[in-house]
Design a protein around this ligand. Structure first.
Ligand code: ADP
Ligand code: MG
Length: 706
């Protein structure tokens, strides 16, 4: 490796971000101070200040090579959207142009919103949508083959102020938890912290396959997952990929990804191979929720973009290969004050940490009451293949506490107070050269959807291609509600110590049913959860109604996170999205089966039939093997043809239905079973037909030969 290929991370980190140090260096002191006040106190930015900021931002961006700017936003499509405007003004009399960017252009953009999902919030003739600068997430310059663009993170709203994006409710929910958490810590005598912010660290899983092979798979191109494919002789049973050493081609890719991300101020930290062959993971250092959500979008974009340069294709789908582990996104979540106190830090002796116990039991209550909403927040079409499929957490929400906290909880429930905390044991390695060390007080549980991991919760249900915005909107709001209800009682209590003691015991007792420390993959848990009355929503379609139940509407309206109209619109959008995605998958299957698979199988049977005749003519050999194969293949071909006809019929019926729940249910029940019925004979055929005649690379080619 030449010297130039090494990079100095400290030097490049954040070099394309209009971050605090750039602002401090470039903005007049007064403007810098004002902007900070706006960021910290959430006040409105005046136009005069905005003009100065915009001008400096533009100058800085032009130095980085930027010719355009864009309001970068996150509509309800799951990916980011942008519309580029160049900095040029109308040509002057001398034919030259000026480069300009005003405060108004920085703060507010207007965008034809009619092509983004709005779920009836905005008729297409009222196409106006507004993007508004989220000044708490820094602007950045994105450089790539298409040039350089100044990207301004924004929220996206309709003309009448309804949220059309992921960002707006997220910011509203951060406000809600800030307010309620401050109330709570004030009760415990904290007078110094000014702000409480949810911190989020999303771990991103993904697959890498060879791009040439990818291009031969229409299913991957159109749907992001394989719709056909027989299992290779080797799967992931040897566990030799997980944390295995990273091959050079992949390592070179990861290095490039990291450099790109570091320049954008994304603190890419951990990378490793994941459980399945060709599967990997990237985790950044945690950040305030809105920044973490933006950064996760940048991570997904960068993973895809850089792959192309290495002749690779990055698959972010939750289940690119049936029968092989899928990909998720663990959403690590905690709440921290501006002066660095993590409210989820139990300390060494949690039983004495009354504030922590209240926070913890409030969270148990929130998760128990709103388990349906959390489940819904992790629902997307791809994730239906993962949740409950013995690899990802089950579709049932439960909380894992670990031995130490479970013990404290048990003490609280049985005696009303906790008197001791279990501590970590000494881990004896049995190797003299390695010193013994203290183990954590609790082990991990990989099967739990919502696990306490030392000083944070890890929500492990989220899908790999989904935005982490919605899970965090839900977490922030349900915990804000639990805090608010606790504060309502405690603020009017005469004897605070007594009241808080009683409240912790009450919450622990009433919501103990949500705690489960056992094997979440087991059949016994499904039965036990049913006995406990916990919801088990197996598919996205089952989960969607949770969004606008009277309970959800009351919750979100109370904290100004969503109006009922916004929730109703999201319900509509999700049904529509579900139907559209399954429709595309079904149509892709029909296309591939009709134009690629059936013709290939016919070619093979023709060749086989000819060869049987030729062998017969040449000699009197036994051709029963060939004949058997020909019969078997022909039988499967007939089954394929029949299943194809059924899928065509079901898809046509579904597509004609009125958009909404009924249509989504039809796609889920009728269309997906017709898809499975078509896949079965095709996968059997793949195992019989001459590999050189099969029209696409196999699972083995895709995941073992990267
Ligand atoms: P794991 O062993 O589960 O991979 P890590 O410590 O590597 O745990 O953390 C995984 C993710 O959780 C990272 O993005 C990390 O920055 C984030 N994380 C760590 N501490 C916190 C916290 N207090 N709040 C939110 N996220 C956190
Ligand atoms: Mg983890």
């Amino acid at each position: 490796m030449s010297e130039k290929e090494y990079c100095n991370v400290a030097e490049i980190f954040g070099e394309n971000v209009f971050n605090d140090s750039v602002m401090q260096a470039r903005l007049p002191k007064k403007v810098y101070k004002k902007l900070h006040e706006v960021m910290e106190e959430g006040r409105e930015l005046d136009l005069e200040t905005a003009d100065v900021v915009a001008h400096e931002m533009k100058e800085w961006a032009i130095e980085k090579g930027a010719t355009h700017y864009t309001h970068w936003f996150q509509p309800l499509t799951g990916v980011t959207a942008e519309k580029h405007d160049s900095f040029i003004t109308a040509p002057m009399e001398n034919g030259k142009v000026l480069m300009s960017f005003s405060g108004k252009e920085l703060i507010k953009g207007e965008s034809d919103a009619s092509s983004f999902p709005s779920g009836g919030l905005r008729a297409t003739f009222e196409a106006r949508g507004y993007t508004a600068w989220d000044c708490t997430s820094p602007a950045f310059v994105r450089q790539d083959a298409a040039g350089a663009v100044l990207c301004i993170p924004t929220a996206f709203c309709s003309y009448t102020g309804e949220a059309l994006d992921q960002k707006t409710p997220l910011l509203r929910s951060m406000e809600a938890i800030n307010e309620q958490a401050l109330r709570l810590i004030r009760l415990f005598g904290n007078t110094t912290s000014k702000r409480v912010t949810p911190s989020v660290g999303p771990e991103q899983e993904y697959f890498l396959v060879d791009r040439e092979k990818y291009l031969q798979r229409k299913d991957l191109i159109f749907t992001g997952r394989t719709l056909f494919g027989a299992m290779p002789p080797k799967g992931q049973e040897m566990d030799d990929h997980y944390f295995g050493s990273i091959r050079e081609r992949i390592a070179a890719y990861m290095k490039d990804v990291n450099v790109e991300l570091w320049k954008l101020g994304v603190s890419a930290k951990t990378q490793h191979n994941e459980a399945a062959p060709a599967q990997h993971e990237l985790a950044p250092i945690y950040a305030p929720a809105n920044i973490a959500v933006d950064h996760n979008q940048l991570i997904m974009e960068t993973l895809k973009k850089v792959a192309g340069r290495h002749g690779l294709q990055c698959l972010l789908h939750e289940k690119p290969f049936a029968g092989v582990n899928g990909s998720g996104k663990h959403d690590n979540w905690s709440i921290t004050t501006d002066d660095g106190i993590n409210l989820l830090d139990p300390g060494k002796t949690p039983h004495e940490n009354i504030q922590f116990l209240l926070v913890l039991t409030c969270i148990l209550k929130a998760v128990d009451i709103h388990a349906d909403l959390l489940r819904e927040a992790a629902a997307d079409v791809g994730n239906d293949h993962r949740l409950g499929a013995n690899e990802a957490p089950p579709a049932i929400i439960s909380v894992f506490l670990g031995e130490q906290l479970q013990d404290v909880l048990t003490q609280l429930i049985s005696t009303g107070s906790a008197t001791h905390s279990l501590s970590g044991q000494k881990l004896e390695t049995g190797v003299k050269a390695i010193p013994d060390f203290m183990m954590d007080a609790a082990d991990r549980n990989r099967t739990s959807p919502f696990a306490f991991t030392g000083n944070k919760f890890e929500f492990r249900m989220v899908g790999s291609q989904d935005s982490v915005a919605q899970p965090n909107v839900v977490l922030n709001t349900i915990v804000a509600e639990a805090f608010a209800e606790a504060c309502d009682e405690l603020e009017k209590a005469e004897d605070f110590d007594m009241a808080v003691h009683d409240l912790i015991k009450k919450y622990a007792t009433n919501h103990e049913r949500i705690v489960f420390n056992g094997d979440g993959y087991s059949e016994e848990w499904v039965e036990e959860a049913a006995r406990r009355g916990l919801p088990n929503m197996k598919t996205m379609v089952d989960a969607i109604p949770a969004l606008n139940t009277p309970k959800a509407v009351a919750l979100f309206e109370k904290f100004g996170v969503f109006t009922k109209a916004e929730l109703d619109s999201r319900v509509e959008i999700e049904y529509e999205l579900y139907a559209k995605e399954i429709n595309i998958e079904a149509k892709a299957m029909i296309d591939i089966a009709t134009k690629q698979i059936i013709p290939a199988v016919i070619r093979y049977t023709t060749v086989l039939a000819k060869s049987i005749n030729e062998v017969r003519m040449a000699c009197d050999a036994d051709v029963s093997a060939q004949t058997d194969i020909l019969k078997e293949v022909s039988k499967l071909l007939a089954e394929t043809k029949e299943a194809l006809g059924k899928l065509e019929k079901e898809t046509a019926t579904a597509a004609k239905m009125k958009q909404g729940r009924e249509q989504a249910v039809y796609y889920r029940d009728e269309v997906t079973s017709a898809m499975t019925a078509l896949r079965t004979p095709v996968d059997k055929l793949e195992m019989l037909v001459d590999k050189s005649m099969w029209p696409m690379p196999s699972y083995g080619d895709l995941i073992f030969e990267v």
